[in-house]
Design a protein around this ligand. Sequence first.
Ligand code: DC
Length: 230
Amino acid sequence: MNLSSADTAPNLAPVITIDGPTASGKGTIAQRVADHLGWHALDSGALYRLTALAVQRSGANLDDESQAAALARQLDVRFESGAVLFQAEDVTHAIRQESIGNLASQVAAWPTVRAALLARQRDFRLAPGLVADGRDMGTVVFPDAPLKIFLDAAVDVRAQRRYKQLNDKGISANLDDLLSDLRDRDARDRGRVHAPLVAAHDAVTIDSSHLGVDQVVQQVLALWSARGPA
Ligand code: DC
């Protein structure tokens, strides 16, 4: 693997990026890898979901990009031991709703919203290291990350996983609707002009369709160890 500028810049903490489509398991894997290494974790999707929540609550027109970008710039958010606080209110569960995920995917297509969230994401790069998950972590936000993962899984497997997750939480869901929502979001996230979901040229792709969480975590950790000391 080629050494990137991050390897030689002593003041920059290392970053492992994990990008991939909706419900590929990125969030779970990123948190587990971060816990194992004792590093920080960034769930960048939460920032887009929070922006969507702010737009929804403000009553702004859902087509108003400049209003959404203003809300993204002012986002009053804190991440505290697994909870997401928005204006001091615990919105950890509220931002996980499918409707907010869909709205997040819409606001995330706007370049001024993405620009508004860029510096905030980079601020998470703190010692001893960061595991960041999203869509453009390896391509745009941390292009110099020394290890980039693209975590994929077949769309029907992802729909099944999401269905089970919702059922486990006692939330009723329809598998066909979930499948169709995932397809729409995949198409929007992959097809947008700004920072589309795509594997970075130097990313390692892991297809988790037939792998459990532990197996994927082990693969990522093995890739990190195989890099050797920075
Ligand atoms: O990862 P997630 O499902 O929580 O993300 C919600 C939406 O936010 C996703 O459909 C696209 C957008 N997103 C993005 O555009 N870029 C990121 N780095 C993370 C999420």
